[in-house]
Design a protein around this ligand. Structure first.
Ligand SMILES: Nc1ncnc2c1ncn2[C@@H]1O[C@H](COP(=O)(O)OP(=O)(O)OP(=O)(O)O)[C@@H](O)[C@H]1O
Length: 586
């Protein structure tokens, strides 16, 4: 099958996973990252090499140059009301400004990150105390506090910046605490505890790694805030007038604004550009640190990637099918712009009333097919080609048809019953809402139908269960509720993705029995996605075996178990039997 020229070409063979470039390289390669870093580097060079760059010392006056305009001889940006060179004063003022911002950063990181780590990891009293201090600090009026500090310490910018660092520490505290609370609940942290790692090592290895991204991103914004506040404090006259900083240059220029209006431009421009670059760099850092490196395809790229030219894919399937998949190809974009194809031209015909098992090892593409028929592939997935036929209509040719069919003509039974029910609403409210979304009936009629159906799927006291919340029912009941929801709209086909995997063996058998009965009673076709050959043997009429995004064998269930044709199917059956033998022996 040939592909039209595409902006994102498709690759069917899985390449070696590409290592992502180091963060600095990625930042340099990002145009916005490169420009902002270049400007910030320029600022740092100004600060570090001030004695070499500045043409004059900061406080030297030249009475002949009072209020000299920009580009006067010897005064690139002009001179102030005392005849001091503005460019030199800005250059000399860069270092104290950077140091002030760094003091804010160091103090706030030391307090906020440490506090957040401890509070989030150990929780309990530590967290309560941390939250209390955070609330207290956040309620303090920052600028008033800095002015009050002036009465105690005099013009002491480092002390003012350290206090500002304490005032902004809660932003780190809250951020880090929230991330750590999430991480400490992860299974890999439990696993680290079980293997005997100490808390210090768990924090050092797992937790610190998780918070590094958010902390780096936040730091860019905190430095920007530090520069702004320092300029503000100096502008208010709370800094040391003998030591130039961007804020004091700004203050001098403002005091002289009627005689030399252009004088305020230069410090304002320098402060604004530096803050702007830090904020933009923060945004670039967020994009780089929090993304997977894979850029979502544009609508145009998606359109170009789709190939609908294959005639066999376009032909309306014949026969008594409930759903027919033709030449389905699904892919995912990779960081280098290629699309990695994971389902390679799959054909699957499910006849009316047939229960069709889709088996295969993990990652073989079973869920991609199930999700394609429902139109619920992850948003980054690209349907590269193929068709999905329901009653003579190609659902893939018109996304609206797919949306209309979902829930009405194609029902879905998911794998995790509990996580598919909203804990905030009663069972009845959720079922009624779902049914009325697809069927134009009154609430009373919906309730009547649903209560009858709940009884049918084996719920003993439907009226009671209708009023219950999901946490009040068992996993098996929850799965029956979801099956009730899936069949309530009278669909022609049900797609069940590992519908019994999360249930214990006895409940599994009951749910399988229920699905079989519903299929018979209602002439319902089903696609059963499973890796369990026992489920296939118990439930299915026909089975398709998948491997690496292809169907390698399709057969009636009895034929497949008695005389599998493909080597892979034989291996799959053999491995399933050996698991059964081990389970029986143990
Ligand atoms: N969001 C995604 N981004 C990139 N690749 C994905 C994504 N989801 C699935 N894949 C890839 O698609 C392929 C098929 O995955 P799929 O989930 O359909 O397999 P499966 O047979 O259903 O496996 P399992 O039984 O484990 O659910 C795999 O190679 C997987 O890595």
């Amino acid at each position: 099958m040939s592909l039209r020229p595409t902006t994102a070409s498709v690759r069917a063979v899985r390449p070696q996973p590409r290592r992502r470039k180091p963060l600095v390289v990625r930042l340099i390669m990002n145009p916005l990252g490169a420009i902002t870093m270049l400007f910030l580097l320029f600022v740092v060079i100004l600060g570090v090499f001030a004695p070499l760059i500045a043409p004059a010392p900061p406080n030297v006056t030249d009475l002949n140059a009072v209020n000299a305009p920009p580009f006067s001889p010897g005064h690139l940006l002009g001179a102030d009301q005392s005849g001091r060179d503005v460019f030199s004063r800005l250059v000399w003022g860069t270092q104290p400004t950077i140091i002030g911002a760094l003091i804010v950063l160091i103090v706030s990181v030391a307090i906020g990150v440490t506090g957040g780590l401890l509070a989030g990891f150990f929780r309990g009293r530590l967290e309560a105390v941390g939250n209390f201090f955070t609330d207290v600090i956040m309620s303090l009026p920052g600028i008033v506090l800095l002015i009050a500090l002036y009465t105690l310490t005099g013009p002491n910018i480092p002390a003012a910046m350290a206090v500002f660092g304490i005032l902004v520490a809660p932003t780190y505290f809250r951020l880090v605490r929230a991330v750590v609370v999430g991480v400490r609940g992860e299974l890999y942290v439990d696993a680290a505890r079980v293997v005997g790692l100490s808390n210090t090592r768990i924090i050092g290895r797992h937790v610190l790694w998780a918070v590094r991204g958010p902390v780096i991103i936040q730091s860019a914004f905190i430095i920007a805030a530090g520069i702004g506040i320092q300029a503000g404090v100096d502008f208010l006259g709370l800094g040391n007038p003998s030591q130039p900083s961007w804020g004091t240059v700004m203050q001098d220029a403002f005091n002289n604004i009627y005689n030399n209006p252009i004088g305020v431009w230069w410090p304002a421009l320098l402060i604004s550009l530096t803050i702007l670059c830090l904020v933009l760099l923060g945004n670039v850092l967020r994009d780089e640190l929090q993304s997977t490196g894979v850029k979502p395809l544009t609508v145009r790229q998606r359109r170009h990637a789709v190939d609908r030219s294959e005639p066999s894919v376009r032909a309306v399937p014949r026969g008594d099918y409930a759903i027919a998949v033709r030449g389905l190809r699904v892919g995912y974009p990779e960081s280098d712009g290629h699309i990695q194809e994971v389902v390679h031209g799959v054909d699957l015909v499910v006849r009316k009333g047939e229960i069709h098992g889709l088996v295969g090892e993990s990652g073989s593409g079973k869920s991609q097919i199930a999700f394609s028929t429902l139109g619920i592939l992850p948003k980054e997935a690209v349907t590269l080609g193929g068709s999905i036929w329901l009653d003579g209509e190609d659902l893939l040719a018109d996304p609206k048809r797919l949306v209309q069919a979902r829930g009405r003509r194609i029902g879905y039974v998911p794998q995790e019953p509990m996580s598919n029910l909203d804990p905030s609403f009663t069972i009845g409210a959720q079922l009624t809402y779902g049914l009325r979304a697809v069927k134009k009936i009154s609430k009373v009629e919906a309730r009547r139908q649903l209560l009858a159906l709940l009884a049918r799927v084996g719920i003993r006291e439907p009226e009671q269960v209708f009023k219950m919340f999901p946490h009040e029912i068992s996993g098996g009941m929850a799965q029956r509720v979801l099956i009730c929801g899936a069949v309530a709209a009278d669909p022609e086909i049900i797609v069940a993705d590992e519908a019994t995997t999360a249930l214990d063996v006895t409940v599994q058998a009951e749910v399988l029995e229920l699905l079989r009965e519903l299929s018979r009673e209602r002439g319902l076709a089903m696609i059963q996605v499973t890796h369990n050959l026992g489920v296939v043997a118990d439930l299915c009429d026909v089975v398709s075996v998948m491997r690496d995004g292809r169907i390698v064998e399709e057969a009636k269930v009895d034929d497949l178990f008695e005389s599998p044709k493909e080597q892979y199917t034989k291996e799959l059956l053999a491995s399933s039997r050996s698991v059964e033998i081990i389970e029986e022996a143990s």
